[in-house]
Ligand binder design. Structure first.
Ligand SMILES: Nc1ncnc2c1ncn2[C@@H]1O[C@H](COP(=O)(O)OP(=O)(O)OP(=O)(O)O)[C@@H](O)[C@H]1O
Ligand SMILES: [Mg+2]
Length: 220
């Protein structure tokens, strides 16, 4: 349950949301993505109230979630999983091809394993597919739930490097992450969630660009 949560993600910034197990982080991301409908409160995206919009409509607006546990289709190939991420771009083959090329540029290992079934990938490779799938829809805001869960320190650092690369390219992101130290070091803004409430807000200022307009606001 969330109460009186007010969280803003600014355009072009990496915003982190940290908090102990059960604090409500996943619930907040799922509420933003339209997978959980709040009993009260509102979700705004680019100034528009999207609270009653279903998940697929929000995906078309460019709200994308890399879910906890990756949730890949195990019996489908890497490429097929990535193509599913581009569902909101139906009818735009050039943009899909561009995004696929970009995904393989970010994660060359996935290109080598393009035809491998996702269920046979290592945990780290599966997380790469999950991140790349999120990027396939040209998301306006990309949200990550427990990006580094179960991954080695080396792979975790490498994924955080990927976040920095994406930020440098202007990607707006909201990150839920257990590794608070790494999350705060990479973030522009951070929120602390405890027992369903925002208990702290921190201005990290890490390599912050000019302040963008609020891009996405969840108030539940
Ligand atoms: N559909 C639901 N019905 C009832 N309670 C729920 C529901 N979904 C989540 N909760 C409860 O809300 C609280 C917050 O859960 P949530 O999964 O958002 O936490 P979290 O911060 O992501 O935790 P973790 O770090 O363990 O992933 C938990 O106590 C959970 O049991
Ligand atoms: Mg969670």
């Amino acid at each position: 349950m969330l109460h009186d949560v007010s969280l803003t993600v600014a355009k072009g910034r990496l915003t982190s949301l940290v908090g102990v197990n059960g604090a409500g982080k996943t619930t907040l991301l799922r509420t933003a993505a339209g997978l959980v409908m709040p009993a009260e409160g509102r979700v705004f995206f680019r100034g528009e109230d999207v609270t009653r919009e279903p998940a697929h409509a929000r995906a078309r607006r460019g709200i994308a979630l890399v879910p906890e546990g990756r949730q890949l289709f195990a019996s489908m190939t890497v490429r097929e999983n990535l193509e599913l991420g581009a569902t909101p771009l139906r009818g735009k083959p050039d943009e899909i091809a561009h995004n696929l090329a970009r995904a393989f540029e970010l994660f060359p290992r996935l290109q080598e394993r393009e035809q491998q079934r996702a269920g046979t990938l290592s945990g780290g490779e599966q997380q790469m597919v999950a991140v790349a799938r999120g990027l396939m829809a040209s998301p306006a805001v990309l949200m990550f739930d427990e990006l580094s869960l179960g991954l080695s320190p080396t792979l975790t650092r490498s994924l955080f490097e990927t976040l920095r690369t994406l930020k440098a390219a202007g990607q707006t992101m909201l990150l839920v992450e257990q590794n608070v130290h790494l999350a705060l070091a990479a973030s522009d803004d951070a929120y602390v969630l405890s027992e369903g409430r925002i208990s702290g807000r921190r201005d990290c200022g890490a390599s912050r660009g000019p302040a963008g307009a609020p891009w996405f606001v969840a108030v539940t």
